[in-house]
Design a protein around this ligand. Structure first.
Ligand code: SF4
Length: 265
């Protein structure tokens, strides 16, 4: 089975199980057990984003739960089903707890899928696979290096070289940085970000690098130093889109105007 066939198998499997997303888990599933924040503890999933936002998270001991977070966590419950149906996941580990010690800091996270030489980070765009008409048009991503449509219910499998889109600085860049960090901590040379849409699967393949890891560690030190000095960082957001839905928009001195076109730049 080649890579395209393996990814097609993943797509078909996730679509077979999508109705299971509406199964309600115990409420505790939405709350981290270690939810009381310590200023030296950070989460991989937040590190690619705005340093001012993370600073406010620390200052106000916030754990932001919103529509996208709840939806994403529900969708991630589908992943273990794939172990039985997809050959590339037969020996996979799911939701692997990741801990990394750096100087006085502790970085936590959960890696979605850990394979022999790589990790997979799954991203479910809000409303991407449920609450959608199965015939709806979707996924106009134009970054495809390997775009194929098999003529079967308009399904698209797009395999994309992550290095080719790093310069774009959009949401995908943040996902790549997150996946790279899991792979770095777990000492895996490769990672993939698998972005699910109703009728498409975009797979971004990357080689693990220490440049992004070092960047995230520098951010941690900057945030921590500002926190202990009770000083708001004087930095713009990492990505233009972040301010749009930021819970700190009304109090933040670093907010910038957002243009919806920035999502696709
Ligand atoms: S409003 Fe923008 S700059 Fe300020 S914390 Fe939020 S994302 Fe960062």
């Amino acid at each position: 089975m080649n890579e395209y066939e393996e990814i097609t198998e993943l797509y078909d499997s996730i679509m077979r199980h999508k109705k299971a997303v509406i199964t309600i888990p115990p409420f505790s599933s939405f709350v981290y057990s270690d939810k009381v924040r310590k200023p030296n503890v950070f989460y991989v999933s937040e590190l690619p984003y705005c340093v001012t936002k993370i600073y406010f998270h620390l200052k106000y001991n916030m754990q932001v739960i919103n529509n996208a977070v709840i939806y994403g966590r529900l969708c991630h419950q589908l992943l273990p089903n794939l172990a039985y149906e997809c050959s590339c996941y037969n020996n996979a580990q799911f939701e692997v707890r990741v801990v990394y010690n750096y100087d006085k800091f502790i970085i936590h996270g959960y890696s979605d899928v850990v394979l022999k030489d790589s990790i997979d980070e799954w991203k479910f765009t809000d409303k991407s696979i449920i609450n959608r008409d199965d015939n709806s048009d979707n996924n106009n991503n134009s970054n495809n290096n390997n775009n194929s449509n098999n003529g079967n219910n308009n399904r698209q499998i797009n395999i994309i070289n992550a290095d080719s889109i790093i310069h774009k600085r959009n949401k995908i860049t943040a996902y790549l940085m997150q996946a790279n960090e899991y792979a770095y901590i777990l000492n895996k040379p490769k990672y993939r970000v698998i972005h699910v849409y109703n009728n498409a699967l975009n797979v971004y393949k990357g080689n693990t690098n220490d440049i992004w890891h070092n960047k995230l560690m520098n951010k941690i030190e900057l945030i921590y130093n500002h926190f202990i000095n009770d000083k708001i960082p004087d930095m713009p957001p990492e990505f233009k889109f972040e301010c749009k839905n930021c819970p700190y928009l009304s109090i933040c001195p670093n907010k910038i105007n957002y243009n919806n076109n920035d999502d696709n730049q």
